[in-house]
Design a binder for this molecule. Structure first.
Ligand code: ZN
Length: 303
């Protein structure tokens, strides 16, 4: 990572803070989406996510696409995203392990202060990559893989040891209520105490080291809807070295159906989460059409 590149916006921010002005448009954050393999419809998912992030005015977005599955030969050798050029990296990838040099480059990037955002099935990836498991905290894994983390109705975080309780899964898709668990974190500050997310998968039984994991929001996984009868984490953050990792397990896209990622709540969470992962602060406002009691979908032109 280029320290000079990261230091510059901080210096600018400090100057403007002193003068009382806000950051200029030229100070857009550089965000890199990684896709290319997924058990989801990543080709339908990346463009509307990119458009929604760019529509905030806060980001410029590039996309790095990996080789296809079972590619042999030179393609993987050419895959080496320049992480250090970016303020934040967003993974929309769930596929074959990256070459070790790419894994090491991402580890170094985040450890040195880079931001990482993990959306939906991106947390299914890389079971055999210890640093990745540390960064995501919880992934789509079997019950033997690691601890499970849920939230009691009181708000208390409950750890279930590995081997006990269910592994990862989800029931049929449905719209569900997301409950804010930390109203003071920069990402969730100002969001309703609870809000209705559009039809999506509700992940349960995620497993992992969950070290230093801080949950920002949860959803109740109802038994009658194929769930676990408890509050499952939906949005969380984890420090990694000097960097910040932001995860949301919401955002299923399959068969071209992008309803879940048209949710204004989801789009706001990803944009503010990305800004926070990049800078540690959030300046993006919560939009007026942010959902509360009912689902709120972004206009179709922005998908
Ligand atoms: Zn899914």
């Amino acid at each position: 990572m280029s320290l000079s590149r990261r230091a510059f916006p901080l210096a600018v921010a400090a100057i403007f803070a002193i003068s009382g002005s806000s950051l200029q448009a030229a100070d857009k954050l550089k965000l890199l989406i990684i896709d290319g393999q997924n058990n989801h419809d990543w080709k339908a998912m990346t463009p509307p996510m990119k458009a929604a992030l760019e529509a905030t005015g806060r980001f410029t977005v590039d996309v790095a696409t990996t080789p296809h599955q079972k590619t042999t030969g030179e393609s993987w050798k050419a895959f080496m995203p320049e992480f250090s050029k970016y303020d934040v990296v967003l993974s929309n990838y769930n596929g074959e392990p990256w070459p070790e040099r790419v894994q090491k480059a991402l580890e170094t990037y985040v450890a040195d202060g880079g931001g990482l955002v993990v959306v939906h099935a991106a947390n299914n990836a890389f079971e055999g990559w210890p640093a990745w498991n540390e960064m995501i905290g919880l992934g789509w894994r079997g019950p033997q893989f690691g601890d499970r983390v849920t939230i009691a109705d009181s708000g208390k975080v409950v750890r279930t040891p590995k081997g006990e309780g269910p592994g990862s899964g989800h029931g049929p898709q449905h719209a569900y209520t997301v409950v804010t668990r930390d109203a003071d974190h920069p990402v969730t500050k100002g969001m309703p105490a609870s809000w209705m997310h559009a039809k999506d998968e509700l992940y349960h039984g995620q497993r992992g080291p969950a070290k230093d994991m801080h949950i920002l929001a949860s959803a109740f996984s109802a038994s009658e809807k194929g769930g676990t009868g408890t509050n499952e984490p939906m949005i969380w953050v984890i420090p990694y070295g000097k960097g910040r990792v932001f995860t949301t397990v919401m955002g299923h896209v399959g068969g071209g159906d992008i309803t879940a990622i048209r949710c204004v709540g989801f789009q706001t969470v990803v944009a503010r989460g990305s800004e926070w992962a990049a800078t540690g602060k959030v300046t993006l406002p919560i939009p007026k059409n942010f959902p509360k009691d009912e689902v709120s979908l972004a206009p179709s032109e922005t998908k």
